[in-house]
Ligand binder design. Structure first.
Ligand SMILES: [Zn+2]
Length: 230
């Protein structure tokens, strides 16, 4: 949707849709989102992970499942007050580009720091299953967008970001104290020209509906529904 100033409201987590299907991306941004139940289990897990990382952050360390970050010379972002603002207010790291015509805003889960002080965006991902090989492609633009937000707010940014995956370790274990496994996943964001990509997105949104995409299941579903109602 556009805001009252006529700028497209984009969020880091919504950008992957542009790669998957331009028609769905256009529709999602031109219409209000369909009402959806909040994913409470997912946000509970995010909250648990924030507390987990913050507990270790207090001593400049990472949880045991993420110690390979320390081996890479990375340390946790120590300014918890600033991090809390970035976590809780989607406008805290907002980027407004009136020339191109968008406002990019969104919350971030966590921030890591390179030995030389550059910031590394990080996002917690919890799931029932271990992350698949191709999982990164959904999140690369999201992480690059956080990088752009930091840059625009005057921070130096690393060319890498991290996905901190947590998944159920044994689904046949009947205990309700569910055990999770952690997996640290490095994502290279240095080569992504996210500003150009955002400009391409705005160009698409300013144009007419591109039409349903042949290979998109959501488009196929929408078309089928429209035909059924005729
Ligand atoms: Zn589609």
């Amino acid at each position: 949707m556009k805001n009252k100033d006529g700028l497209w409201k984009l969020s880091p987590s919504g950008l992957h849709q542009y790669n998957e299907c331009k028609a769905c991306f256009w529709l999602q941004n031109h219409h209000r989102k369909a009402p959806m139940f909040p994913l409470l289990l997912n946000s509970a897990m995010d909250s648990i992970l924030k507390h987990r990382y913050d507990t270790y952050r207090a001593t400049g360390e990472f949880p045991p499942e993420a110690t390979e970050l320390a081996k890479e010379g990375i340390r946790p972002f120590e300014d918890l007050e600033t991090l809390e603002a970035w976590r809780s207010k989607s406008s805290a790291l907002q980027v407004v580009d009136e020339t191109v015509g968008y406002v990019l805003s969104g919350k971030i889960d966590d921030v890591l720091v390179e030995a030389d002080g550059r910031l590394i965006p990080a996002d917690y991902k919890s799931s029932g299953n271990p992350p698949g090989e191709d999982k990164q492609k959904y999140y690369r633009d999201q992480l690059a967008a956080y990088g752009l937000m930091f840059t625009k707010h005057g921070y130096e940014v690393s060319d890498r970001a991290y996905l901190l995956h947590y998944f159920v370790s044994d689904k046949t274990n009947p205990s309700i104290a569910v055990e999770f496994k952690g997996h640290v996943d490095r994502v290279d964001i240095g080569a992504i020209d996210i500003e150009t990509k955002l400009a391409d997105m705005v160009k698409l949104l300013n144009g007419p509906y591109p039409g349903a995409m042949m290979e998109c299941e959501t488009c196929e579903y929408q078309e089928g529904r429209a035909n059924a109602l005729k």
